[in-house]
Design a protein around this ligand. Structure first.
Ligand code: SF4
Length: 366
């Protein structure tokens, strides 16, 4: 696990004393100076364990993926957490400033489903992050609610990367894992995800056209592992992202006290989740078949072990989430008294896994 170390060269040295400073002839009260320096240190020295932040702006989602562990559950539907817009613009802006001051450089807007937000609201968050000084802003979405005309607007606001979650190359495969709009849940089997893949192709083409970097995120579980080779061919040949992440679906329980439903019961877990061996068996041949040097796509494997503690995740109330115990444990919000340092105190972060999954890749994007 990485530890946050304090670099003494970063301690600010006061260059000017206040005019009330005692003259040289008088004994200097060093405790006053120490107090003022240590308060500056406290304020300025907290650094996030990595520069990339995943901000899950809402928990509301229009899809029902079987492996999902972060959407509004029944128990919290009446609370602030289940609102589509849980924080005000000024709270979001202040949170982004706090994150930037703690060395945040990349903001990934996640959900729930962020494309359910109005384009104006997304533009506000993206342009605010850029104004505050974030180097890179990305979004990860199922893109159901995006139209191709929306992408240049988001790009102009400062969006660098469009990430699309995609787990199958066919509408039938999407349907099998619940990757379709909830309003089609009662439609006949075989039609619920109709049009999903053609829409994704259209959005990917529009992203390329307007100069957005394109990323695909795939979550692999038992149902879609069977057809994974077809998905690989589709991603590499048709979508051509610069980066493709392949996650091992993770059985992450939730904190009942927070009113979040436990994601899975044991029986479902057995049917849904791959072991690490099964995951490697499905993914390794694909990684070998499509080397970056030949196809220009960086394929990243993320087993549940690599993934679990290698993200800085903020939920819809800007509460850092600790996942080290196998449940999602929200901490206090970075907006609360005590700020980000207190909020992050109990969050376990694995810096080696962050490096292994090349979490700093955004620094090299052109
Ligand atoms: S699209 Fe994402 S947030 Fe929505 S159900 Fe699927 S995994 Fe969960």
């Amino acid at each position: 696990m990485s530890k946050i170390s304090i670099n003494p060269t970063l301690i600010p040295i006061p260059t000017q004393f206040p005019s009330s400073q005692p003259s040289r002839d008088l004994p200097l009260d060093i405790s006053d100076i120490e107090d003022s320096v240590s308060s500056i240190i406290e304020e300025e020295l907290y650094k996030l364990p990595c520069p990339a932040i995943n901000y899950h702006v809402c928990r509301v989602c229009n899809y029902r993926c079987k492996f999902c562990f972060h959407r509004a559950a029944k128990k919290i539907r009446d609370s602030k957490s289940s609102s589509l817009y849980p924080l005000s613009d000024s709270e979001i802006y202040r949170g982004l400033e706090i994150l930037k001051a703690a060395s945040g450089e990349k903001l990934n807007i996640a959900g729930g489903e962020p494309s359910l937000w109005s384009i104006e609201k997304l533009v506000f968050v993206i342009s605010s992050a850029k104004k505050i000084g974030f180097k890179c802003v990305s979004i990860i979405s199922n893109v159901y609610s995006f139209k191709k005309e929306d992408l240049p607007v988001l790009k102009d606001a400062g969006l660098d990367i469009l990430g699309i979650s995609l787990h199958s190359s066919s509408d039938a495969g999407c349907e099998e894992i619940g990757y379709y709009h909830a309003k089609y849940a009662r439609s006949p089997v075989g039609t619920r995800a109709s049009g999903t893949i053609s829409h994704i192709k259209e959005i990917c083409a529009a992203a390329h056209e307007c100069g957005l970097h394109l990323k695909i995120n795939t979550t692999l579980c038992v149902p879609n592992a069977k057809t994974f080779k077809s998905l690989a061919e589709f991603v590499v040949k048709d979508l051509q992202p610069c980066r493709w992440k392949i996650f091992q679906a993770i059985p992450l329980g939730s904190n009942e006290e927070e009113g979040v439903e436990k994601a899975f019961v044991d029986e479902e877990e057995k049917i849904l989740f791959l072991t690490e061996k099964e995951y490697n068996k499905a993914v390794d041949p694909v990684v070998a078949k499509y080397p970056e040097s030949k196809f220009g796509i960086k394929i990243i494997k993320e087993s549940s072990k690599i993934m679990r503690n290698s993200y800085v995740v903020l939920d819809e109330l800007m509460r850092p989430i600790d996942s080290s115990t196998g449940a999602k444990m929200p901490q206090q919000s970075i907006l609360d008294e005590g700020g980000i340092e207190k909020a992050m105190r109990k969050v376990v972060f694995d810096g080696e896994s962050f490096k292994e999954r090349s979490g700093n890749y955004f620094q090299d994007l052109k």
